[in-house]
Design a protein around this ligand. Structure first.
Ligand code: ARG
Length: 255
């Protein structure tokens, strides 16, 4: 009898332990929103000391708060974000990421929360004066960040067309460094980081003609349509109450 009682006790205890464990693990999982980014992209994501800050980081924090989740930001290579989302490693990819047809084949995108423009950075005295010069007969070398739309478009329009060479860098800032020392003739990158990089350097400028206009959105696994809906609802609310605009204004001064 005693034996049976203690057996029951042990069983009951272990059930409790398992139940508690299960609950804890589940909670930890469902309450965390893991965002993959590439923190080389001011003012959307960059480091302030050890912390990733910027427009994306703050919008993600506002979304997480609305969803009652805890935001965790993981900094990774830009071109690894979508494969990792597909593999279920992170919940969302938020990295000033442009919605493209190719990416839509792999992931879902939230509603867009910002517009981006691909621009061309050149040296102040460059003979490149318009975007059209890049598809001329001068065979320029174009610096880009690997896997970005700047990379994709210039690969298609210029390199694949035999009109120039694309030089790929892990970071946009590295492409800009290469431009400074004359290793590339221009850099194609999004307008806001372009402004930040040019402001930090001497002798560089942004061409007046834009290369392409695009929409930024949050990448989410196709398997997680529930999260997609929740994020879109949160984005709508944060747009309606002015939160998104306040965050953008904090980082981008309307000149
Ligand atoms: N908008 C471009 C793209 O989606 C560049 C984004 C780069 N973002 C970053 N965090 N490095 O390809």
């Amino acid at each position: 009898m005693k034996k049976i009682l203690s057996l029951i006790l042990v069983l009951a205890l272990s059930v409790c332990v398992f139940a508690a464990c299960g609950e804890k693990a589940e909670n930890a999982e469902t309450n965390k929103l893991v965002m993959a980014t590439n923190a080389e992209f001011p003012p959307y994501e960059f480091y302030d000391g050890e912390t990733v800050v910027g427009i994306d980081a703050e919008i993600a924090a506002a979304i997480a708060e609305k969803l009652g989740m805890e935001l965790e930001i993981v900094d990774t290579a830009f071109d690894s974000i979508i494969p990792a989302i597909v593999a279920g490693k992170y919940d969302i990819g938020m990295a000033g990421m442009t919605v493209t047809d190719e990416r839509l084949e792999e992931v879902n995108f939230s509603d867009s929360y910002a517009t981006g423009v691909q621009v061309v950075i050149v040296k102040e005295d460059s003979e490149i004066t318009t975007v059209d010069d890049l598809t001329g007969d001068k065979n320029y070398t174009i610096g880009v960040q690997t896997g970005t739309t700047g990379d994709l478009y210039s690969t298609w329009d210029i390199e694949d067309a035999g009109l120039g060479t694309v030089s790929r860098f892990n970071k946009g800032a590295d492409a800009v460094e290469a431009l400074k020392i004359g290793k590339v003739d221009c850099v194609i990158i999004d307008n806001e980081p372009a402004k930040a990089f040019v402001a930090d350097a001497e002798g560089l400028k942004i061409l007046d003609t834009a290369y392409a206009e695009e929409q930024y959105a949050i990448a989410i696994s196709k398997d997680n349509t529930e999260l997609l809906e929740k994020i879109n609802t949160a984005l709508k609310e944060l747009t309606a109450d002015g939160t998104i605009q306040t965050i953008v204004d904090k980082y981008i001064s309307a000149k």
